[in-house]
Write a protein that binds this ligand. Structure first.
Ligand code: AMP
Length: 393
């Protein structure tokens, strides 16, 4: 019998899946159903990188999940699925941990959809699809907001009338599964640093930073939505709210148009006019691409200072995410102007993508720690069926 847990990350037209054994960090298989609809594609592969044949109806999430499971069952005919873990963007003001799903929870999470309209409905549809496909199998919701529920009040609120805070207009913070993983890894590989003041820079297509002390989130650059803070592939990051008033009042833009502008046409893409992809911008060599990188680097430097101020200092800076884990250039550029914070990169270590990339002389340790959001979800799914301890949140 091949016992396993499944992790699902359902987007508007995609379904990211991993199948994990009951112990260990390496999935048996993973894959992506993309462009779900008439043009849908599905790719599954084993941990060794061998393709798993999988076809089916890719016009709906339910069809895609059925095709995924058929592929896995063909590869492991004795597959026994014990639990399914789901990435859910929003858990609300109080949920600081993963939760096993029931009907009441689903209703509650659906009420949060107005806070994350681009993600929450799809995440919940993914849960409903899996509940229908695997009746009786526990479904576990893992929230991107949960890790940040330890924010002190001053980092949880805006200076708006209190009634808005009470109805949920708060700085929730996101990328919590990634920060949860990094906190756990740091406690394992550098326990003395994990006890201290750490800035984690999750720099990928989505980008944010988290300031954590003793492994708990104190501050984050994302706030009410996953738009705030750093510029991202296509998202603006922080903008003066007055700009939004101008766009509405003077240019007559609708909420849908502004949403499209801020989520899909801004960030690296908007600044470069070329691409949302850092690798392409590094290779492009146009003035606009260079300026887009300049802006990204500058905002990262500012936010590292801001996170350090929120914590009263900084003992370590951790890079993760596609850019943080791979771009030697961006890491060097960000750290170049942070000597005043005790940061100094060792060029050889940085070029080698070593785990510790700071020089031995530096008072602040700089590390590259690849993140693993799927594993955090898998651990929560295992814990829900009594298989293993969940990493401390
Ligand atoms: P993620 O969303 O975490 O998968 O990160 C995607 C981002 O990482 C994209 O902007 C990629 O261009 C960037 N990225 C991945 N590998 C590299 C690399 N070797 N150099 C620069 N950027 C990279």
């Amino acid at each position: 019998m091949t016992q396993a847990v499944l992790t699902l990350n359902a987007g508007s037209s995609s379904l990211k899946v991993s199948l994990f054994p009951t112990t260990g960090d390496v999935p048996l298989a993973s894959g992506l159903a993309d462009r779900i609809g008439p043009e849908g594609t599905l790719r599954l592969k084993t941990a060794a990188g061998e393709a798993i044949a999988a076809t089916g109806d890719l016009t709906s999430h339910a069809g895609a999940l059925a095709a995924v499971i058929a592929g896995f069952r063909a590869a492991w005919p004795d597959l026994d699925l014990l639990a399914v873990g789901h990435r859910v963007v929003h858990g609300g003001a109080d949920r600081a941990r993963p939760v096993t799903v029931d009907a009441a929870l689903l209703d509650d999470l659906a009420r949060l959809a107005p806070f994350a309209p681009l993600h929450q409905p799809h995440n919940l549809a993914g849960i409903r699809t899996a509940m229908a496909a695997f009746p009786g199998v526990p479904q576990v919701a893992c929230f991107d907001t949960a890790f940040h529920r330890s924010h002190p009040w001053v980092n949880d609120t805006f200076a708006l009338p209190r009634a808005l805070y009470d109805e949920g207009v708060r700085r929730y913070g996101f990328h919590g599964l990634s920060y949860d993983y990094i906190a756990g890894e740091l406690a394992r590989i550098a326990p003395h640093l994990a006890e201290g003041r750490v800035v984690v820079a999750h720099l990928g297509n989505g980008a944010s930073m988290c300031g954590m002390t003793g492994g708990r989130s104190i501050a984050s650059t994302m706030g009410f939505s996953a738009l705030d803070g750093l510029p991202m592939g296509t998202r603006s990051g922080q903008v003066d709210p007055g700009v939004l008033l101008y766009l509405m009042d003077q240019k007559g833009m609708t909420p849908a148009e502004i949403s499209d502008l801020l989520y899909k046409r801004s960030g690296l893409l908007g600044l470069s006019g070329l691409s949302n992809d850092m690798r392409e911008l590094e290779a492009a060599g146009t003035p606009e691409a260079a300026e887009a990188i300049d802006y990204f680097v500058f905002r990262c430097q500012r936010e590292i200072g801001s996170m350090a101020a929120a914590m009263g200092g900084m003992d370590a800076l951790i890079f993760c995410g596609g850019i943080g884990e791979n771009s030697r250039l961006v890491r060097t550029r960000i750290c170049d102007r942070l000597g005043w914070m005790g940061i100094e990169i060792d060029p050889g270590r940085n070029a080698a993508n070593a785990q510790v990339i700071s020089s031995d002389m530096a008072s602040t340790t700089v590390m590259v720690v690849p993140t693993n959001e799927e594993l955090v979800i898998a651990r929560a799914a295992r814990a829900a069926v009594g298989l293993a301890e969940r990493e401390a949140a």
